[in-house]
Each structure stands twice: as C-alpha cells, then as structure tokens.
Design a protein around this ligand. Structure first.
Ligand code: ATP
Length: 194
C-alpha cells in the first residue's frame, strides 16, 4: 500500500528545497504547482473551459496561457476565482491520481502550497509543514524572484496563517537557519515515517 505524504508551506518557506532533499533520499515528489502550470497549457478540455469562463484572451496567439490576463480577471472577484479553481483543481487531482498509479515506491510525496486549504491532507498518510519567520521568507523570495516587499507581503497575507497550519501538521520543519540544518531536519522526518 502506497503512503502519500503531503508537503506544504507558505510562500518562501522552503518547501521546494525540502522536496529536493526528499528526492535525494530516493523518494518521488509530485509538484502540484508545476503540474498545474503545465495542465493549463496542455490539457485541451481545461483550456476550453477557461476560455469559456474568462474569454479567448486567456490564451495568446500561440495558445499559451496568459497568466497576467487571467490574474487580472480574477483579482478581486472571488466568485470568478472560485470557478477558475473549479476547473484547474479537479484536473490536477486527476493528474496526481494518474501519477500515483505509476509510482513503484511505497512512500511518495505531494508538494502543494494548498494542502490544508483544499483539505488534501485528509487524503495523506502524514503531512509535513515547512515554516520560517515572516521576515526570513520575505527576504528569501525577494532575493529569489526580485519581487518587492509589498508584492511578497500581499501573497503572504492571502495565505492561511502559519499558526493555523502548525496545528494541522503531523511534522513541522522550522527553516530559520541554514540549508544543512534544513536537510538534517528533512532526513530525520523521512526516516521516521519510513
Ligand atoms: P514558493 O512557495 O514561493 O515556491 P518555496 O516554499 O517552495 O517557495 P523555496 O523555493 O524552496 O521555497 O525557497 C525559497 C528561497 O529560499 C529559495 O531561493 C531557496 O534556495 C532559499 N532557501 C530556502 N531555505 C533556505 C535556507 N535554509 N537557507 C538559505 N536559503 C534558503
């Protein structure tokens, strides 16, 4: 029986870095956000539904998803965002199920920013939360993406508060120091679950 472990964290917490350490331990990771980005470009049924909902301009002349246009449409329109998520999330769920079926390892990981928000933790054997102090996360994302303080802070303030996520997680990784420490914490948890 395969065990699915949910891996989550807010913006800049370090969940992707942790996911890479997990892959180095020999376990597969499904990257939900990356897959969602592929699906909106490759899945014809999804593309058609998005165009129906938001208009043909949701894709450019080469058929590539216009993130800026779509973002502008759903910004400040909760109902429209809800409908857009209603197209994308089920497609990602299906894609994940297909990926799970193909895996041969007994321990597999699902990286997603929305583990608790979408209650995906209920389908997981265990959950791991990566967290770090807000000012550290802000700095890391500003350095990584060249974003402004305000841009990162806006995303952060729209995510579920860390204190609520900590209550829901089976394992918590505090990523406030260096990468060696992060790796050590990750491996300890992986081998404990194993
Ligand atoms: P997002 O949700 O924005 O995709 P994330 O949670 O996946 O973020 P990462 O991309 O793993 O976070 O980490 C954010 C940035 O911080 C990256 O540039 C990463 O290399 C760096 N970083 C993560 N942890 C540490 C650490 N302990 N020490 C130094 N840099 C770190």
């Amino acid at each position: 029986m395969k065990k699915i472990i949910g891996l989550t964290g807010g913006i800049g917490s370090g969940k992707t870095t942790v996911a890479k350490f997990i892959e180095n331990c020999g376990f597969p990771v499904y990257y939900s956000d990356d897959r969602a980005k592929t699906i909106v470009n490759d899945n014809e049924a999804v593309k058609n539904k998005i165009k129906e909902l938001l208009g043909a301009d949701s894709y450019d002349e080469n058929g590539i998803y216009n993130r800026k246009f779509v973002g502008g449409k759903v910004f400040n329109d909760e109902e429209l965002l809800h409908q857009l998520n209603g197209i994308i999330h089920p497609a990602v769920r299906l894609d994940f199920e297909e990926w799970v079926a193909k895996q041969t390892k007994y321990l597999i990981f699902k990286e997603t920013a929305l583990l608790f928000e979408l209650k995906l933790n209920l389908q997981c054997y265990k959950s791991i939360l990566v967290t770090a102090e807000d000012n550290i996360r802000l700095k890391r994302v500003m350095d990584r993406d060249g974003k402004t303080y305000r841009e990162v802070e806006t995303v952060m303030s729209n995510q579920m508060p860390e204190k609520d996520k900590i209550k829901l997680a089976d394992f918590v990784i505090h990523n406030n120091t260096n990468l060696d420490d992060l790796k050590e914490q990750t491996e300890k948890i992986v081998f404990e679950i194993e």
